[in-house]
Design a protein around this ligand. Structure first.
Ligand SMILES: *[C@@H]1O[C@H](CO)[C@@H](O)[C@H](O)[C@H]1NC(C)=O
Ligand SMILES: *[C@@H]1O[C@H](CO)[C@@H](O)[C@H](O)[C@H]1NC(C)=O
Ligand SMILES: *[C@@H]1O[C@H](CO)[C@@H](O)[C@H](O)[C@H]1NC(C)=O
Ligand SMILES: *[C@@H]1O[C@H](CO)[C@@H](O)[C@H](O)[C@H]1NC(C)=O
Ligand SMILES: *[C@@H]1O[C@H](CO)[C@@H](O)[C@H](O)[C@H]1NC(C)=O
Ligand SMILES: *[C@@H]1O[C@H](CO)[C@@H](O)[C@H](O)[C@H]1NC(C)=O
Ligand SMILES: *[C@@H]1O[C@H](CO)[C@@H](O)[C@H](O)[C@H]1NC(C)=O
Ligand SMILES: *[C@@H]1O[C@H](CO)[C@@H](O)[C@H](O)[C@H]1NC(C)=O
Ligand SMILES: *[C@@H]1O[C@H](CO)[C@@H](O)[C@H](O)[C@H]1NC(C)=O
Ligand SMILES: *[C@@H]1O[C@H](CO)[C@@H](O)[C@H](O)[C@H]1NC(C)=O
Ligand SMILES: *[C@@H]1O[C@H](CO)[C@@H](O)[C@H](O)[C@H]1NC(C)=O
Length: 858
């Protein structure tokens, strides 16, 4: 046995340089003696995945164990300051050491050379020179001296009895004690019996794994998970699990990377997830930024890429910048100190731990000690356009000057804000302050107390400088300020309460929405009064604006029962006149299909025309497929389902409904997504009913969207069900490629997406069209089939294009052989119809696309 012990040790030592060996002679002797005398702890053989009773990991030799599939490695590591060492688990094959678990988060080892990780009395223990435990699995129920700690290929370190099989759950596992990372298969849990929580806690800063301020934990009462600051202050929630998705983050389940689920049984509730592609390297992290992030390792770029994070905005993280810090969403880093303040801990601040906040550059002179007698008063520096910081007190003051002196005369008062009515004062530290963009209407101005000797007052007295209580000029300003503060407060509550906001807003007791009971005048759609529309959208408040459609803005509204609706306000200057309006109401009212958006009501008052739709929480398809981050959320399965859904919706319009309808403006921004990411066709303002047998018509007013219009429609105003088919083909190719047909400037590749797709197809490289962000499994044959169908739909001659019923048959696999596509329209001619597109009407901008109105001189 002995030679076996010494031989590998000497071998590994011999790899050290001679000089090192000389220097370390004493230490070597110590180790040799140690091994000779006790002969208990064997050096680990290369590549072992377990630590057994007779073995240990030596810090001096920097030994590691590696999981059987070589995915994870456990060993010693250090970060930044080479004086603190930790035992942790990281990905073996990722060059950027990414720590997924840390044993001794709070107690770093200072002397790595004497540190050892070994089995002691059945527990896995990290000991230092004096053999004192620094960290231990600390399972009291075991003293088994045949314990074995095995690093599994899923990253879980399991301590079990050596006699148990390797698959055993053991009596301790690292998955039950996560650090800041949730690996696939691990859980965030709440034990109903012991009320114990298993949670993620962020690192303190990018170099220190000690528990930081941000934690991710379960809220079993609401079947959701929440992020808390300092374990007490919740600032983000996932929304309740409805059996399929978390209501505020449906994309957490409906995406191509990870499949999350929430389990609730008698003993426990937990959140867990799996990866669709088990080969991919992805993890969920409670980041030092206070955001939860799903990050994926990209071997091609050798980088971790954040696929998803919440809260989306860094500044929504509670008190991210610490006391007297301010968060500016558009700058990087987001945190800075208020004027007159500097970071309290410069080092931590530079490592991304802003929690220490800021301190005064110049201390305030002793307060309350004759500030008047010495003639030295503190002064207040104006900070405009900030969010309302938490923890204020309201005091009574008749003017801004009075408000200022209230603050000045209170030694602990650090800032005030006066809105013409209420005087808000802050005592002690000012927390959670955000710098808002100039166009944000909810900003307030606060005045922060600084020493009168602060340079801020001497340098540019004219601009900012001393505040005189004359800010409030007119009654108008007063009311505006008051309204702003109210909005800010409401925002703040909403942001903290997360999904509770629907309830909160409806309880604000809006005017009753009167729905005219016997409303069935010939539209068959409920009529809503103008007053009730105003109430549901808070007078079309910008806060509730969802976007700008082709014919005017769309707002989110709330009916008294709490039902969310989308309110489309047709701009009075828009081209859609009463005719189009009546048209849309009558049309959609008669349409009922799961892939069409549902009209809930309408309103006409004077020039105002309003349509009320179902609210679609996931906005429109273009928002997802053309966004570098969000596109990841649509895996191939989902994209295929969306393509099929759109096809079914159009088929219904063309021949299954009681009418025959040509939509005329199909495009990705008119495809909305419901909570389950099912496609819903919307915007029927341009739709035309044609008589039963008629499939073609013509118009002298060509309307539609550049990039989606078929050649015969764009050039001759002829529209037919086949021009819808053309638009559908473009949509299909856009969904597959993640690229816009229009903004596509693949310079040398092709002139537009159609040309590019056609080229790849004719070179037998069709699969190259697929969005590279589709990481997870896809069926090659299915992708090729979709590209084939897409190309058939965009053929130059309408007669060659399939009907929607054929499209549905082809997509759903009922046709074995698909026709071979011909070269599509526009493929090689960049501006085929640019000559005819000289428009006289100014089009409304819709993101990158323009809805185009082409007068035809027929
Ligand atoms: C550990 O050592 C004991 C005696 O000290 C021996 O009986 C046992 O077989 C060893 N176990 C392993 C796995 O080498
Ligand atoms: C130990 O070795 C691993 C793997 O080679 C390395 O990543 C790590 O930084 C080393 N740890 C120390 C403390 O040198
Ligand atoms: C490294 O850490 C030690 C102990 O925490 C500390 O005393 C020392 O100042 C640190 N050095 C640097 C350069 O941060
Ligand atoms: C182990 O647990 C006991 C009781 O739970 C505690 O008193 C002790 O400090 C723990 N030891 C270590 C090394 O964590
Ligand atoms: C195992 O532990 C028990 C009690 O802790 C002890 O009596 C026994 O001798 C140990 N066996 C070995 C092989 O070390
Ligand atoms: C659940 O709600 C109850 C009653 O409101 C409360 O006492 C309990 O602390 C909550 N549990 C958790 C884990 O938040
Ligand atoms: C976090 O909470 C603890 C008490 O629960 C408190 O002592 C500590 O000061 C808080 N940390 C910060 C940064 O406010
Ligand atoms: C997602 O995970 C749940 C629970 O583990 C499982 O039942 C479901 O089949 C998974 N879904 C997919 C698409 O893999
Ligand atoms: C916020 O950051 C942006 C970008 O750095 C900068 O242009 C802007 O002035 C900042 N806002 C304030 C109020 O400092
Ligand atoms: C007040 O100021 C005087 C000198 O200006 C100083 O001697 C005294 O200690 C101060 N009192 C307190 C309570 O700080
Ligand atoms: C439908 O009813 C509303 C309200 O009663 C009325 O203003 C409107 O003119 C009616 N529409 C038609 C087409 O009759």
């Amino acid at each position: 046995m002995l030679p076996n012990v010494i031989f590998p040790l000497i071998l590994s030592l011999s790899t050290h340089s001679a000089a090192v060996i000389m220097k370390q002679t004493c230490r070597c002797l110590f180790f040799l003696l140690f091994f000779l005398c006790f002969s208990i702890h064997l050096n680990l053989s290369e590549g072992a995945d377990s630590i057994t009773a007779n073995q240990s990991l030596s810090g001096y030799l920097n030994q590691t164990i590696v999981s059987a599939g070589k995915t994870f490695e456990l060993g010693f590591f250090t970060r930044g300051n080479f004086s603190r060492y930790y035992v942790g688990i990281w990905y073996k094959n990722v060059i950027q050491q990414a720590i997924v678990w840390v044993a001794n988060r709070e107690k770093p080892i200072s002397d790595i050379n004497s540190a050892e990780l070994k089995i002691l009395d059945g527990n896995l223990v990290l000991v230092d020179k004096s053999q004192d435990p620094i960290w231990s699995t600390n399972v009291s129920s075991t003293t088994s001296n045949s314990s074995v700690a095995t690093l599994n290929d899923d990253g879980n370190l399991v301590l079990r009895d050596g006699s148990e099989p390797r698959t055993s759950e053991g009596f301790w596992q690292s998955f039950d004690h996560p650090a800041d990372t949730l690996l696939p298969g691990a859980k965030i849990a709440y034990d109903k019996r012991t009320k114990a929580k298993q949670l993620l806690i962020s690192w303190k800063n990018s170099e220190d794994p000690a528990p930081g301020l941000f934690s991710l934990e379960l809220d079993p009462n609401e079947s959701q998970y929440i992020i808390k600051w300092n374990r007490t202050q919740p600032y983000w929630t996932s929304g309740a699990w409805n059996g399929h998705i978390f209501s505020s983050v449906p994309e957490m389940t409906l995406n191509s990377i990870f499949n999350s689920s929430y389990v609730d049984n008698i003993n426990e509730a937990y959140l867990t997830y799996s990866l669709y592609n088990p080969e991919s390297i992805s993890k969920l992290v409670m980041d030092v930024s206070g955001q939860i992030k799903l990050i994926s390792w990209w071997e091609s770029t050798k980088d971790w890429i954040s696929a998803w994070s919440q809260p989306r905005q860094q500044c929504e993280v509670y008190d991210y910048c610490g006391a007297f810090g301010t968060c500016n969403q558009s700058s990087l880093p987001s945190c800075s100190c208020l004027q007159g303040f500097k970071p309290k801990f410069e080092n931590d601040w530079n490592l991304g731990d802003y929690s220490g906040g800021c301190v005064r550059e110049i201390d305030l002179p002793q307060c309350g000690n004759g500030s008047t007698s010495t003639g030295r008063k503190d002064k207040f520096l104006q900070n405009p356009q900030v969010s309302l910081p938490v923890n204020y007190q309201t005091v009574i003051a008749g003017s801004a000057g009075e408000c200022e002196s209230v603050c000045l005369n209170n030694c602990s008062c650090t800032a005030y804000s006066y809105d013409g009515n209420a005087c808000l004062v802050w005592n002690g530290e000012i927390m959670d302050l955000q710098q808002l963009p100039e166009n944000d209407g909810s900003g307030i101005t606060i005045y922060v107390r600084l020493a009168a000797s602060a340079p801020q007052f001497s340098s540019n007295k004219k601009n900012k400088g001393v505040v005189i209580g004359a800010i409030v000029g007119s009654a108008a300003v007063v009311t505006v300020l008051l309204a702003i503060v109210k909005v800010t407060i409401r925002r703040r509550q909403r942001h903290i309460l997360g999904t509770a906001n629907a309830v909160e807003r409806s309880s604000v007791a809006y005017l009753e929405l009167e729905m005219r009971g016997d409303n069935k005048n010939d539209t068959g759609v409920p009529f809503y009064s103008w007053k009730s529309i105003l109430a549901s959208t808070e007078n079309f408040s910008d806060v509730h604006k969802l976007g700008q459609g082709g014919f005017g803005p769309v707002y989110k509204g709330l009916l008294p029962g709490g039902k969310e609706i989308a309110v489309k306000r047709l701009s009075s200057f828009s081209v859609q006149g009463s005719n189009e309006f009546q048209n849309e109401v009558v049309l959609i009212a008669k349409l009922q299909h799961r892939n069409l958006v549902k009209l809930l009501g309408y309103c006409i008052e004077g020039n105002e025309k309003i349509l009320l739709y179902e609210y679609m929480p996931n906005k429109s398809l273009d928002v997802f497929i053309f966004d570098k981050t969000l596109c990841i959320l649509l895996n191939w399965r989902k994209r295929f389902e969306i393509i099929l859904g759109i096809a079914r919706g159009i088929l219904y319009l063309h021949q299954d409904s009681r009418l025959r309808i040509i939509h005329r403006d199909l495009k990705t921004s008119n495809i909305l997504l419901d909570a389950e990411m099912n496609p819903r066709i919307s915007d029927f303002g341009l739709a035309r009913i044609v008589e039963d047998k008629v499939t073609e018509a013509s118009t002298n007013k060509v309307v539609g969207t550049y990039g989606y219009m078929s050649p015969e429609y764009a050039s001759y105003g002829q529209f037919s069900i086949k021009s819808d088919v053309f638009s559908f083909g473009i949509i299909v190719l856009e969904i597959i490629s993640g690229k816009r047909n229009t903004g596509f400037y693949g310079s040398t590749e092709a002139l537009n997406l159609l040309g590019y797709a056609w080229r790849l197809w004719s070179e037998n490289r069709a699969l190259d069209l697929l969005d590279p962000m589709i990481l997870a499994f896809f069926k090659k044959s299915e992708v090729v089939k979709c590209i084939n169908v897409g190309l058939l739909c965009v053929e130059e001659d309408p007669i060659d294009r399939p009907t929607m019923s054929n499209v549905v048959l082809m997509l759903s696999g009922e046709m074995t052989f698909l026709p071979v596509p011909k070269q599509p329209a526009f493929a090689m001619r960049k501006h085929a119809f640019s000559a005819s597109s000289s428009s006289s009407n100014k089009p409304d901008p819709i993101s990158n696309e323009l809805t185009m109105f082409v007068p035809q001189g027929r």
